[in-house]
Ligand binder design. Structure first.
Ligand code: ATP
Length: 356
C-alpha cells in the first residue's frame, strides 16, 4: 500500500491516511488499534471493497488500485460467519471452486478434503453449518477461503465471537496454518494480546495513521511513541509527567516519585526540553530488599495471575503498576523498596515522540 488515504462524508471523516505498508509472502501482518482507528477501512482498501481517495495498492507488483475485489485474488474471512445454511460443509467449502474453477468434481472434492483435514473438520463434511460449533463454523469459513489458493488472506476480527479458550486455540491454529500455506495473512484486531500472539509484523494504528510497524518485541520494548507504549502491554505501562534537569555531568529526570540520573545518551533535541513523560512497563519495576532503592511505595492491591502477581502501589499519590513473582508482597505492606530496570525505561517529549 502506497500513501493510501480514504475519507467518508465528503472528506470530513478521515478513516485512514498516509498508509504505507509492504507485505511479504511469509508475513503474518496484524492491523492493531483502538475502535475507529481505521483498521477495517485499510483492509477494505486492500481488498477492493473501498476505493482509496489517494494512493496505490500493488499486488505482486501490479497496480490493483481500481481493480474489483473478485479480480484481486485475495480471500476474506469476516467476524460474522456467513455460511450457506442449507448447504453441507463440503458444499460450503467447495463453493468458490464451483463458481470459478475448471477442475473436475473429483479434483474439487479432493481439494476440499485435504483442506478439511488440515482444519480438523474432515468428519463433518456432510453436516449442515447449524450442526457445528462456532469454532467449527469459523474453520469452514477459513476452508472456503483456503480452497481458492489466494495470493493473501484478509481476516477481519475473525475470532471475536468465540469464547476465550477457543479463541486462543484458533489463534494458534491460524498461525500454524499460515506457516504451512506460506501465504500472507493480514489480520485485523483491536485486541493487543491477540495481535502479539499471532503477528510477526504488527501495524499499530491510531486516528487513521500508522504509529509503528514492528515485531511483537519491537512494539513492546521499543515503542515509537507514547501512544504505542500506552496501547501495547498488559497491565498498561506506567507513564509519569517529569522534568529533565541539565547538570554539568549530564541529565537528571525528576518527578513526584523519584529523581533519576540519566546515564544513557539522550537525543540531541532533548537538551533544551524540560517537561517530558517518563515511561516504564510494570514488568520492569522490581521490589528490592536493598537499602539503595530508587523509591518506596505502599501496596494498594494485589491481583494474583498464577506464577506472578500484578501489584498496584501508591507512590506519593500516583498509581504505579508492577508485575512481580507471586507472594513478593502482601496487600497490607507499606514503604516497599522499589527500583526500575535502568536500561528499560523510556522518555517521551511533549508530542509523544520517544527520545530515549
Ligand atoms: P473497529 O475496531 O471499531 O471496527 P476500525 O479501526 O476498523 O474500528 P474503521 O471501521 O476503519 O475503524 O473506521 C474508521 C473511521 O471511519 C471511523 O471513524 C468510522 O466511523 C469511519 N467510517 C468507516 N466506514 C465509514 C462509512 N462507510 N461511512 C462513514 N464513515 C465511516
Amino acid at each position: 500500500m502506497e500513501n493510501v488515504r480514504k475519507t467518508f462524508g465528503g472528506g470530513e471523516i478521515v478513516a485512514c491516511d498516509d498508509i504505507n505498508l509492504e507485505i511479504q509472502k511469509e508475513d503474518f501482518v496484524v492491523l492493531l488499534g483502538p475502535s475507529g482507528c481505521g483498521k477495517t477501512t485499510t483492509l477494505r482498501c486492500l481488498s477492493g471493497l473501498e476505493r482509496p481517495d489517494e494512493g496505490h495498492i500493488f499486488i505482486e507488483g501490479v497496480d490493483m488500485t481500481g481493480v474489483k475485489p473478485k479480480d484481486r485474488d485475495l480471500a476474506f474471512v469476516f467476524q460474522s460467519i456467513a455460511l450457506f445454511p442449507h448447504k453441507s460443509v463440503r458444499e460450503n467449502i467447495r463453493f468458490g471452486l464451483d463458481m470459478s474453477s475448471e477442475m473436475s468434481k473429483s479434483e474439487k472434492n479432493e481439494s476440499v478434503e485435504d483442506i478439511a483435514e488440515m482444519l480438523g473438520i474432515e468428519n463433518m463434511l456432510d453436516r449442515k453449518p447449524s450442526a457445528l460449533s462456532g469454532g467449527q463454523q469459523q474453520r469452514v469459513s477459513l476452508g472456503r477461503a483456503m480452497v481458492m489458493e489466494p495470493a493473501a488472506f484478509l481476516l477481519d476480527e475473525p475470532f471475536s465471537a468465540l469464547d476465550a479458550n477457543l479463541r486462543k486455540q484458533m489463534q494458534t491454529e491460524v498461525k500454524e496454518l499460515q506457516r504451512r500455506l506460506e501465504t500472507p495473512m493480514v489480520f485485523v484486531t483491536h485486541d493487543q494480546e491477540e495481535a502479539m500472539a499471532i503477528g510477526d509484523k504488527i501495524v499499530v494504528m491510531n486516528d487513521g495513521h500508522v504509529q509503528q510497524i514492528g515485531s511483537p518485541y519491537a512494539v513492546f520494548n521499543e515503542p515509537a511513541n507514547q501512544f504505542v507504549a500506552d496501547f501495547i502491554g498488559s497491565p498498561s505501562a506506567n507513564l509519569f509527567e517529569s522534568r529533565l534537569q541539565q547538570s554539568s555531568d549530564g541529565h537528571t529526570l525528576e518527578n513526584d516519585l523519584f529523581s533519576l540520573p540519566i546515564d544513557r545518551e539522550l537525543d540531541s533535541t532533548a537538551q533544551s526540553l524540560d517537561t517530558v513523560t517518563f515511561g516504564i512497563r510494570p514488568q520492569y519495576v522490581n521490589v528490592t530488599d536493598t537499602g539503595d532503592a530508587l523509591f518506596t511505595g505502599d501496596v494498594t492491591l494485589v491481583e494474583p495471575q498464577g506464577d506472578r502477581d500484578t501489584v498496584y502501589f501508591d507512590v506519593n499519590g500516583h498509581e504505579l503498576r508492577t508485575v512481580v513473582p507471586q507472594n513478593t508482597v502482601t496487600a497490607e505492606q507499606n514503604e516497599v523498596n522499589l527500583d526500575i530496570e535502568r536500561d528499560k525505561f523510556w522518555i517521551f517529549d511533549r508530542d509523544g515522540k520517544r527520545l530515549l
